[in-house]
Ligand binder design. Sequence first.
Ligand code: HEC
Length: 149
Amino acid sequence: MKRSHLGVICGVLIFVIGCQQEGGQSSTASNTATSNQTPAQTPPATTTAPVAVAAKAGYPAVQDIFNARCMPCHSPSKRRGGQDLTSYEAIMKGGTDGVMVIAGDPDKSPLVMYLTGAKKPKMPMNAAPLADADMQTIKDWIKSGAKNG
Ligand code: HEC
């Protein structure tokens, strides 16, 4: 009788240990399976499409900014303040208060002063101010001589 009891206890113990081992093994197996999963494919390197303005420099970039932000108030038919901003010649000619671009000196150029708000009304009128990058593009263009190119 005693031997058979021991046998049962041993059997139970072996069963329990066996189960634990199996559990351990299976969890190890699942870990391995997880780490073996093929990593998600790295997407091909993409380049952010440059804004038209950022791709250009000098007068063409400035004209892009004016076309986007200063119309229709400064078109040949509207010309608020006498200022047409649709061509190089018109920009350099200025408005009713005279020349707005002083080549080589952005800080003294009334055009820049209207954009910063140093001269009122601040331009673009009744609209969000120009982005810093656009402002810089305009200043750089004036500083380097406000050339037609
Ligand atoms: C919603 C209409 C409107 C928009 C948009 C606008 N302007 Fe003006 N702008 C005016 C008006 C109106 C005046 C005249 C203000 C005054 O003299 O009281 C003016 C005047 C000016 C003048 C002065 C001209 C002069 O000889 O007195 C400059 C320079 C100017 N704007 C530049 C710009 C630029 C650059 C932009 C775009 C970034 C712009 N404006 C966008 C309405 C606008």
